[in-house]
Design a protein around this ligand. Structure first.
Ligand SMILES: Nc1ncnc2c1ncn2[C@@H]1O[C@H](COP(=O)(O)OP(=O)(O)OP(=O)(O)O)[C@@H](O)[C@H]1O
Length: 270
């Protein structure tokens, strides 16, 4: 049984008698411990898909099963990280993380919640900033707090919607490495299952086991592609290899047709 099974999912929006199909017959699965990225052009329904997985939107048709059970609203089995940090501005970094832990792991004592919050803030390199409010932190630091919170909640599944989209290139690389390190874990605990939405093709390749490419109007799965590079991946070395360039060009060609080979460049945003 797959960890997440998305079966013939369709989502229609109706606004002022205008009927719009955002997702049409989307079917794919994510295995336990797998890191899957969803890429696709703007408006192809990536965020809509994640909202349904989060349990805050409902499909018009089809279903999503987690561990074989249909989703019934939001749940403590899923942690979410969005582009806009979504921290509570009136809570310190430490309280933001501890609050998430309280929601997801209500049996922990208060002291234990703060111990877990401290541990994860240390792991994302924010030990000196635990007492700061979001407004006192940079965008990259705020996103670290959001990641620390999601990981401290210790959910089986992480749903990430362009979590590094608003972060500059250098900090994005640091956060990507950090996410992979935390996802890979220490071998003692089970890996999280991650569904990660991005516009950045290199980010998708470097992070994922598999990439689900979507097309728009209406949003549907266009291709599912296994990323053929072994882990742990050394970014600096991997991106220099002909295999990486060939794979990247293949993705671009799939996405744009035969113009993919001609785009090249350092960073491609789909
Ligand atoms: N509440 C809504 N009412 C009507 N249409 C909506 C609503 N939410 C999303 N849509 C439409 O559904 C489509 C899919 O939107 P969605 O935000 O899921 O796309 P996306 O792939 O995440 O886009 P982006 O990459 O730009 O974030 C878009 O055309 C959007 O305009």
């Amino acid at each position: 049984m797959s960890k997440i099974e998305i079966n013939h999912l369709s989502v229609d929006y109706t606004e002022k008698n205008h009927h719009f199909t955002a997702l049409n017959d989307v079917t794919f699965s994510v295995e336990n411990g797998e890191f899957v990225s969803v890429i696709g052009s703007s408006g192809c329904g990536k965020s809509t898909l994640l909202s349904i997985l989060e349990g805050i939107k409902h499909p018009s048709e089809g279903s999503i099963l987690i561990d074989g059970e249909p989703i019934k609203g939001t749940g403590n089995d899923r942690g979410v990280v969005f582009q806009n940090y979504s921290l509570f501005p009136w809570m310190t970094a430490r309280k933001n993380v501890a609050f998430g832990v309280k929601q997801a792991r209500p049996k922990l004592s208060k002291a234990e919640r703060f111990r877990v919050a401290d541990e994860f803030l240390d792991r994302v390199g924010l030990d000196a900033f635990k007492g700061k409010y979001p407004s006192q932190l940079s965008g990259g630091m705020q996103q670290r707090v959001a990641i620390a919170r999601a990981l401290a909640m210790d959910t089986d599944i992480l749903l990430m919607d362009e979590p590094f989209g608003a972060i500059d290139a250098k900090n994005r690389t640091i956060l990507q490495e950090l996410l992979l390190k935390l996802w890979e874990g220490d071998g003692k605990t089970a890996k999280k299952t991650v569904l990660f939405v991005t516009h950045d093709i290199d980010e998708a390749i470097l992070l994922s086991d598999r990439i689900v490419m979507m097309s728009a109007s209406p949003g549907r799965v266009y291709k599912e592609i296994i990323v053929p590079f072994s882990r742990p991946r050394n970014r600096a070395e991997l991106v220099q290899t002909p295999e990486y360039s060939a794979f990247r060009n293949r993705l671009l060609s799939l996405f744009y047709g035969d113009i993919g080979d001609k785009i090249g460049g350092d960073e491609v945003v789909l």
